[in-house]
Ligand binder design. Structure first.
Ligand SMILES: *Cc1c(COP(=O)(O)O)cnc(C)c1O
Length: 449
């Protein structure tokens, strides 16, 4: 095989100019850049193009149309910025083109992923005997973990779900807070349930489940709580919830998409005390770990339940002593996404990850106090990296948010919180500096006038 030097040289040079432009380019594409995307809209040609021409077109037309979420001033949704070490790991792993399914298809992918998963258990102080699967995002991680939860409860009750199916099965109860992330609902809908079957538990002013308001639980109940409310960043009271659940023999799942990482913070890990007492967890890697999309981990204390749910059994799939990654995920064939998790954690170490989290939280504090000084109202207790903000005259919000977004200096979106319209800032990027926060605050101030 001949190495296509010009092709890869062009990619490296383009990546360099992209990364170097991140501080200067508009945070979201200009209208012209979006309009130019029409050049992609052409009929499939009979004759192909040279690889370098293909990649040149992709870069020249596509790059201006990307959102600069890899820079330090994108605060929309909960969005991390891939660290260079994780992008480099992604490139190398892509050139290896490994299938991280069965061990025999890629010993490197299997081993590196196993190490990375064990590091995450260690870093988040979760039970070390847990099984874990590397999936695309927290949505799939929750679907994966909840599927294993269901199988585990049925196994205990003596019902063989895989043989006898869901239609004849005894009922499972799903208990969750009124503030649960919508992707939990979607995940349960993939599993065949409907919203009207769920039991919703009231929350307090920060969006935390009120443990005293939990219904009576039993050994066919799955309680779903969260580490990091997507608006306020608040944490459900895990100690109290898990105590009640344990007593009843119920299962507890924690959606820790971004907030779950707070267990690695030196100053704020107490917010997630008791999270380790749950039975399963979902954590996103493409958010606060700051690695490329798509990446998340489903973690299940009852490792065998995860294996029994997803292990593909076929005569041609040999299984041995080694860990087969595909026995822990809905997918059989997939990319070796665990390699980026390994690279990020090897680079950061325990201290580096703790510092990354604390830096984001400290920037959030600055945003909150400066915005309050400007006359905005902060609607949440800013405990981690999330700030929910509003202004006295809510009718001015839409215009204000639009002016900020159009400034190209920073980006965040609207939200609703406790009956108030507002906007939401999430500082999730390793690269955000004090200077970035200043520039964003200036853009906010300008948009007020
Ligand atoms: C982002 C998020 C999700 C969904 O994660 P994806 O990676 O987009 O699938 C679920 N729960 C919470 C709390 C989130 O912040």
């Amino acid at each position: 095989m001949e190495f296509n030097q010009p092709l890869y040289d062009y990619v490296v040079a383009s990546a360099k100019s992209f990364e170097e432009s991140l501080d200067l380019r508009p945070v979201t594409p200009t209208e012209d850049a979006e309009r130019a995307l029409k050049y992609f809209d052409e009929p499939l040609a009979d004759k192909g193009s040279e690889p370098l021409d293909v990649i040149k077109m992709l870069n020249e037309v596509g790059e201006p149309g990307v959102v600069s979420s890899r820079g330090g001033r994108y605060y929309g949704f909960v969005t991390g910025a891939a660290m260079p070490v994780s992008v480099a790991a992604n490139w190398l792993a892509a050139t290896w083109d490994q299938n991280a399914g069965p061990y025999v298809l890629s010993p490197t992918a299997a081993v590196v992923e196993e190490v990375a998963g064990n590091w995450v258990l260690d870093l988040l102080r979760l039970p070390l005997e847990s099984g874990f699967g590397f999936v695309t995002g927290a949505t799939m991680a929750s679907f994966t973990a909840l599927s294993a939860a269901r199988l585990s409860l049925y196994r205990k009750s003596g019902y063989d779900l895989k043989a006898d199916g869901i239609r004849n099965a005894p009922k499972i109860r799903f208990v969750m807070s009124e503030e649960i992330h919508p992707t939990i609902i979607i995940g349960l809908q993939y599993m065949g349930y409907g919203k009207n079957e769920f039991e919703f538990v009231p929350v307090d002013d920060q969006g935390r489940m009120i443990a005293e308001k939990l219904p009576m639980l039993d050994d066919m109940s799955i309680v779903i709580c969260q580490a990091g409310n997507v608006n306020s960043g608040s944490f459900d009271p895990f100690e109290a919830i898990c105590a009640k659940a344990k007593e009843a023999g119920a299962w507890v799942h924690v959606d820790g998409a971004f907030g779950g990482w707070i267990r690695a913070s030196k100053s704020r890990s107490h917010l997630a005390d008791g999270m380790d007492k749950a039975d399963s967890w979902s954590v996103d890697c493409h958010k606060w770990l700051n690695i490329p999309h798509d990446s998340a981990i489903a973690i299940v204390r009852d490792k065998r339940a995860l294996q029994e749910t997803f292990g593909v059994v076929a005569p041609y799939l040999v299984t041995g002593e080694k860990r087969d990654p595909d026995h822990y995920t809905p997918e059989l064939s997939r990319r070796a996404r665990g390699i980026e998790v390994w690279a990020a954690l090897k680079h950061l170490g325990r201290d580096g990850m703790g510092d990354l989290l604390d830096r984001c939280c400290n920037h959030a504090k600055v945003f909150a106090s400066e915005l309050a000084n400007m006359g905005f109202t902060i609607l949440n207790d800013v405990v981690i990296n999330q700030i929910v903000v509003t202004m006295d005259d809510e009718s001015k919000l839409d215009g204000f948010i639009e002016r900020v977004q159009q400034s190209g200096k920073t980006w965040f979106g609207p939200t609703n919180w406790k009956g108030r319209k507002g906007f939401r800032i999430s500082v999730s990027s390793y690269v955000t500096t004090d200077q970035d926060v200043k520039i964003a605050l200036k853009a906010i101030e300008d948009a007020l006038n």
